[in-house]
Design a protein around this ligand. Structure first.
Ligand SMILES: [Zn+2]
Length: 182
């Protein structure tokens, strides 16, 4: 019992330290590498441009042709693995040093299961996600890569559910961004 209490107290003391740090990207534009992957590449670039344009360049990105030169590296896979949430379509890993980000990795799962009726029976097929099933996820993961956490408000792209139906950034997203980079 004593051990549990000590662990809990340590956690309580650590929490304010982490939030006070408020890690962010210093120096803009943030360099982004997006590999060639059909229409997925264009959509991912549009997601970053949406953050830049909607925020009136509070965050800025430059797209580079080599991952070694990039701050944010995007990878496209069929299905995301090794993420905290087993059902995740996208995953973002942030690396920080002395309270500032220096590298981020975004993984986007480009495939989904589709139930088709063929030859008198239902068959499960694997198909490429259409734009309306992946763009919201890309906006969300780009938000993580900027350094934003999850929101509890469904009207935010950083709300971690129902991303299939989200296609744009909202005032709430700009509020989250402003709180981090003002
Ligand atoms: Zn998320």
């Amino acid at each position: 019992m004593k051990k549990i209490l000590v662990t809990f107290l340590a956690f309580l003391f650590l929490l304010p330290c982490f939030s006070a740090q408020n890690p962010r990207w210093v120096g803009q534009p943030i360099y982004v590498y997006i590999p060639e992957y059909g229409y997925m590449s264009d959509l991912m670039q549009q997601a970053f441009e949406a953050w830049e344009n909607t925020s009136k360049k509070l965050v800025r990105f430059k797209f580079v042709s080599k991952p070694t030169n990039a701050n944010i590296v995007v990878e496209f896979v069929d299905f995301v693995a090794n993420c905290n949430d087993a059902g995740a379509v996208g995953c973002t890993e942030m690396m920080s040093k002395k309270g500032n980000y220096y590298k981020a990795f975004i993984t986007i799962g480009t495939k989904e299961y589709f139930r088709a009726y063929e030859g008198g029976q239902y068959v499960r097929k694997i198909v490429t996600r259409p734009k309306e099933h992946i763009y919201g996820v890309m906006l969300h993961e780009a938000g993580h890569a900027i350094g934003l956490g999850h929101s509890t408000l469904p009207k935010s792209i950083m709300y971690p559910y129902d991303l299939d139906s989200m296609q744009y950034l909202t005032d709430e997203d700009m509020r989250l961004l402003y709180n981090k980079y003002h």
